[in-house]
Design a binder for this molecule. Structure first.
Ligand SMILES: NC(=O)c1ccc[n+]([C@@H]2O[C@H](COP(=O)([O-])OP(=O)(O)OC[C@H]3O[C@@H](n4cnc5c(N)ncnc54)[C@H](OP(=O)(O)O)[C@@H]3O)[C@@H](O)[C@H]2O)c1
Length: 208
């Protein structure tokens, strides 16, 4: 997919799936810029985005992977907490949206591909269940719409991808997909998926 000159930005690249995604993209020839809280990019703090954009010095971004996310309380209605719900929406939806805006000139200078690491849990068609998890599920549904709107308004190529149940801090030890296996599948889907579509890591299309 990529020549040596292609640049990818991966959020949440310091642990979990983000580490594996960065590795898989490097293996494809990308120069990967790891956007992490320790390097100054905090998705809960949009005021950090301008400095991050500046650090790119106007250079092209061919691929922006919105991987970072938080889960929040997985209980139901009874334990739903206002501040926590807002924090999840801020990191999982508003952060990616505003970071895309901050990097718009860089994306337009490059191939301009945006990847939302979403979740089947956020699919209105396939993600319903009687478990709680309101904040996370709502955030991924909203992220999906944010991606579609971005594609429509900016003309960028935006896809939503589900990584499977990944062995990470978020996925937990029972999860069945090693991060490297998920990342390899996700990078394959990044090559194949048309803008405005939603795919799982294993090549199965997901209904919105
Ligand atoms: N694991 C699964 O089974 C699963 C299933 C479906 C979808 N997903 C999605 O896959 C993606 C990666 O998940 P994961 O399993 O790797 O999760 P994880 O192990 O919990 O890692 C989360 C990542 O997000 C970063 N992050 C959290 N809050 C941040 C903030 N305010 N600013 C910047 N970075 C922040 C973390 O960085 P710090 O180290 O700074 O905290 C970390 O790198 C997420 O979008 C998740 O929703 C995962």
């Amino acid at each position: 997919m990529a020549g040596a000159a292609q640049t990818a930005v991966v959020t949440g690249a310091g642990r979990g799936l983000g580490v594996a995604l960065s590795g898989a993209l490097r293996a494809e020839g990308y120069a990967v810029i790891e956007a992490t809280r320790t390097s100054g990019l905090d998705l809960a703090q949009p005021e950090t985005f301008a400095a991050f954009a500046e650090s790119l010095g106007g250079g092209p971004v061919d691929l922006l992977v919105h991987n970072a996310a938080i889960r929040g309380d997985t209980g139901g209605l009874a334990t739903l907490d206002v501040a926590e719900f807002e924090a999840v929406m801020r990191v999982n939806v508003l952060g990616p949206l505003l970071l895309t805006r901050a990097l718009l000139a860089n994306l337009r200078a490059g191939a301009g591909r945006v990847v939302m690491i979403s979740s089947r849990a956020g699919s209105l068609a396939e993600g319903r269940s009687d478990e709680g998890d309101y904040a996370y599920k709502c955030s991924k549904a909203a992220l999906n719409m944010a991606g579609l709107k971005l594609a429509d308004e900016t003309g960028l190529s935006v896809v939503a991808l589900h990584p499977g149940w990944v062995q990470s801090d978020m996925g937990g030890p029972e999860a069945d997909v090693p991060p490297e296996v998920s990342a390899a599948g996700l990078v394959r889907q990044m090559q194949l998926a048309k803008s405005g579509s939603f795919w799982a890591w294993d090549g199965v299309e997901i209904g919105w």
